[in-house]
Design a protein around this ligand. Structure first.
Ligand SMILES: Nc1ncnc2c1ncn2[C@@H]1O[C@H](COP(=O)(O)OP(=O)(O)OP(=O)(O)O)[C@@H](O)[C@H]1O
Length: 359
């Protein structure tokens, strides 16, 4: 097959491209320039999208012996991922930009362009398994598993994707990179959000959304317990940094329960009030077989690296509904609800949907 390997400049995508070439594919490497000004993105070796990353990707392509290009998708990335990230926070939700980037950039804009150029598939260094059965499964390296952020992909997107790393641990990938003479073998993993240079999400949002003072209100009594300077700075489940003026009426710690943009309030309550047993999610995508026509038993994950909870899941009326067998805490609108079928050969992604409603 003619395949396009998305090369971030990191170790995973370098090994993924090399394995695709070993498997006999005709591989072309592409680095995506996602920053309008690459100098402002993470510097050093911590994330993607710096000029250094583009250079690392090019060097890896040279070692593997494949052609290499840089595609400038900065404007698309800003519109579809960065602007959406800011808008989602402004609307009181907690988005996952990696998931959005997979849905709109890597397996949409990039894949579309690749197909238009005559490529059959896109290869990435994501840690997930996608075998001949077409099912997306967790990586063998559960600590690195990225099936959660890939669960938004539709069948047609998965059918044109190749994830060569799913059967390897990160340690094996690094060792292989060293054996192959790839200079990125010891490059540190990327962390946090690639477009927030210093990792300070609050500051990033404050610069774009400005100050918007409002009340912090107790859910049970309605008492105003404090003030905030922008509701976007809070996340469901958050306890620290609330700086309440008044102690809660019962003297117990308070957690963020919800953010209401219309009234610009942050509502807080006790820990038990964070417990959720029913989760409704929009825009369902089902790829783990035919969409079920009734409730099914499976497991759900409600945030990246979050715990897995047994649940009954149903897709009805354009939504996915999950009844959890035990309550989950800190379920935030904007995150993905991902349904998995437990399987000894790697838990299978059944489907996903976005928690909470879009106004
Ligand atoms: N700027 C980019 N250009 C091309 N491909 C990219 C870029 N950023 C990410 N990717 C692709 O998406 C995959 C997952 O991205 P993620 O940011 O999670 O990388 P990672 O796990 O740190 O992997 P890597 O070690 O390859 O950077 C990468 O392995 C790569 O295939």
């Amino acid at each position: 097959m003619r395949v396009l390997a998305a090369m971030s400049g990191g170790v995973d995508s370098a090994v993924a491209a090399a394995r695709a070439a070993d498997a006999g594919h005709d591989v072309t490497g592409v680095h995506l320039a996602l920053a309008r000004n690459p100098q402002t993105y993470r510097s050093g070796a911590r994330g993607c999208c710096t000029l250094e990353d583009a250079r690392d990707a090019r060097r890896a392509a040279d070692v593997i012996g494949i052609p290499f290009y840089v595609w400038d998708l900065a404007d698309r990335f800003h519109e579809d991922v960065v602007d959406d990230f800011v808008a989602e926070y402004a609307a009181g939700r907690t988005p996952n930009p990696c998931l959005r980037c997979n849905e709109k950039i890597k397996f949409a804009a990039v894949l579309d362009r690749a197909v238009a150029l005559g490529f059959d598939a896109v290869v990435t260094g994501h840690h997930a398994r996608l075998g001949a059965d077409g099912l997306l499964r967790r990586s063998v390296d559960l600590a690195k598993d990225q099936s959660y952020v890939l669960a938004v992909l539709r069948r047609d997107q998965l059918d044109r994707s190749i994830f060569p790393l799913g059967d390897s641990t990160k340690a094996q990938v690094r060792a292989e990179a060293a054996e192959r003479g790839l200079a990125v073998a010891e490059k540190p993993d990327s962390h946090d959000i690639c477009f927030i240079a210093d990792g300070d999400t609050r500051r990033f949002l404050a610069e774009r959304l400005g100050e918007a003072p409002g009340d912090i209100v107790d859910a049970r009594t309605g008492a105003v317990l404090g003030a905030h300077s922008g509701a976007y700075a809070y996340t469901v489940g958050q306890r620290r940094g609330l700086a309440l003026r008044e102690p809660a009426p019962d003297g117990r710690p308070r957690y963020v329960l919800s953010i209401t943009p219309v009234s610009n309030t942050v509502t807080v309550g006790s820990a038990e009030m964070l417990d959720v047993s029913e989760v409704a999610a929009d825009r369902p995508v089902w790829t783990g077989g035919p969409e079920p026509d009734g409730p099914i038993e499976c497991e759900v994950q409600l945030r990246a690296h979050g715990e897995v909870v047994p649940a009954t899941v149903e897709v009805a009326g354009g939504r996915m509904l999950a009844s959890l067998r035990r309550p989950a805490r800190g379920v935030a609108a904007g995150q993905a609800l991902v349904a998995y079928r437990p399987d000894p050969a790697g838990d299978v992604v059944l489907g996903s949907a976005t928690i909470g409603t879009r106004d």
